[in-house]
Design a protein around this ligand. Structure first.
Ligand code: SAH
Ligand code: TMP
Ligand code: ZN
Length: 405
């Protein structure tokens, strides 16, 4: 029996993707033989409503000195984090000697805005290669996994926190209870935890099953998070839907009773009830939609191959590992995947072993179709690739449905 990471009750599995490689484990041909696979199965806890992975990969296997995701590769994400930092500075900082902490600070995409303003800050980033990029920008960083013990030493060294921030990281940590206990310890009486992650409601509505991979342990809803926070005498006081990563939710959390609770929190819980986010049937339906999506995408790719068309992938995202391996997309259907990240170029995608090539190769010889694995950056990418479209190039997307654009 699988018990819920948050409340210990039984978790009902609703989808099984089969064995999957490490989603960000881009590799060289010499490494193919040693590649490891892990079960990727997702379930719902019908008691506390938390959607979660049934089995998990050890964090040290996922986050290390060769982590290939550099947050600042996307222009629109840089803008997004500038606005996020701006909001925190204006709304949530005590003017007397403020202190801000960010978990999963990566290459400093958010904290750089505090560093330039000489605001006391600390980044927590266990992947040393990305952390080093942040440190080179002047960001004070500790290269460790955050937990309750690290929280104690941060409190001793720096004192309490005005704003504890996180983006696309809280859902990555199985020991969420230890993280929340640590944050509870660190926050000033008026302090806040503000974090955002891909939102379960969007994943279900858009059939964006590619959000499901080893790093994403939790798929939060406002309802399930509310339950997780209660245990730690923390309270969700506001929510702010975000467009990024295909639909995210930003959560503002405070000590229980310390701040007024916005009516948007209860309103969103009611919306989640109406959407059926706590019901097994909803996920059975989701699972059928995923199967339909796989069939349509594979039929399209086989059809294009039959017509002798060239298809190249755009964005070697971690999400694409789930799509390529679950659907069975290999090099015979998608010639290569273009990506601007130097650490991914020249390597092969996990499991499916599709070559990852520099973006210049996409530009040098446009394919007939480009399969947009980085669909969450569609607006930015399509605006940049007018020339590809003018040359007759077409996009293939699969979220919210399989389509040629
Ligand atoms: N916040 C950035 C990076 C997200 S990727 C953004 O939104 O773009 C997730 C990051 O969290 C990785 O850099 C990973 O190394 C880091 N991480 C994973 N587990 C962590 C933990 N327990 N404590 C702190 N950081 C962690
Ligand atoms: P993400 O979806 O997890 O943010 O990953 C996006 C990936 O796509 C990352 O490897 C960088 C790559 N990318 C490009 O190659 N070109 C682009 O224009 C953008 C925005 C991202
Ligand atoms: Zn539970």
């Amino acid at each position: 029996m699988n018990s819920c990471l948050m409340c210990g009750s039984r978790v009902s599995e609703f989808i099984s993707f089969g064995p999957m490689p490490v989603a960000n484990g881009f590799l060289t041909p010499e490494e193919f033989a040693q590649e490891r696979f892990f079960p990727l199965n997702v379930g719902l806890c019908t008691t506390c409503k938390m959607v979660q992975l049934m089995e998990r990969v050890d964090p040290g296997t996922l986050f290390h000195e060769g982590y290939p995701y550099f947050s600042s590769t996307s222009r629109s994400m840089s803008d997004h984090f500038q606005a996020f930092a701006g909001l925190v500075k204006v709304e949530y900082m005590d003017p007397a000697d403020p202190f801000v902490v960010e978990i999963g600070s990566n290459d400093g995409i958010m904290l750089q805005h505090f560093a330039v303003a000489s605001i006391r800050h600390l980044g927590i980033e266990p992947s040393t290669n990305v952390a080093r990029v942040g440190m080179a920008k002047g960001i004070n960083t500790v290269c460790e996994f955050f937990d309750q013990d690290l929280a104690r030493s941060i409190l001793d060294e720096y004192g309490p926190v005005d704003a504890f921030l996180g983006a696309n990281v809280m859902c990555h940590i199985a020991e969420l209870d230890s993280v929340l206990a640590g944050i509870k310890l660190l926050l000033k009486p008026e302090g806040v935890l503000i974090f955002e992650d891909p939102y379960l409601g969007d994943i279900v509505e858009k059939t964006s099953y590619d959000q499901m991979y080893d790093e994403h342990i939790f798929y939060f809803s406002v309802t399930s998070l509310g339950h997780a926070l209660e245990k730690h005498s923390l309270e969700l006081v506001d929510i702010m839907p975000q467009k990024v990563h295909g639909g995210s939710m930003r959560y503002v959390v405070a000590h229980r009773g310390a701040r007024p609770v916005s009516p948007s929190v209860t309103a969103q819980c009611a919306r989640e009830d109406a959407l059926g986010l706590g019901l097994v049937e909803t996920y059975e339906r989701f699972s059928r939609s995923v199967e339909g999506s796989r069939k349509e995408l594979m039929a399209l790719l086989h059809d294009l191959k039959g017509q002798g068309k060239r298809v190249v992938g755009y964005g070697a995202t971690s999400k694409s590992t789930t799509v390529t391996n679950f659907c069975g997309i290999t090099e015979d259907l998608v010639e290569f995947i273009s990506d601007t990240t130097p650490d991914k170029q020249g390597r092969y995608t996990p499991g499916a072993h599709i070559p990852v090539r520099p973006y210049q190769e996409f530009l040098a010889d446009y394919p007939d179709y480009s399969l947009l694995f980085a669909w969450n950056h569609a607006e930015e990418i399509m605006a940049n690739e007018q020339e590809f479209q003018n040359a007759g190039g077409k996009w293939i997307v699969y979220v919210p449905k399989v389509q040629v654009l």
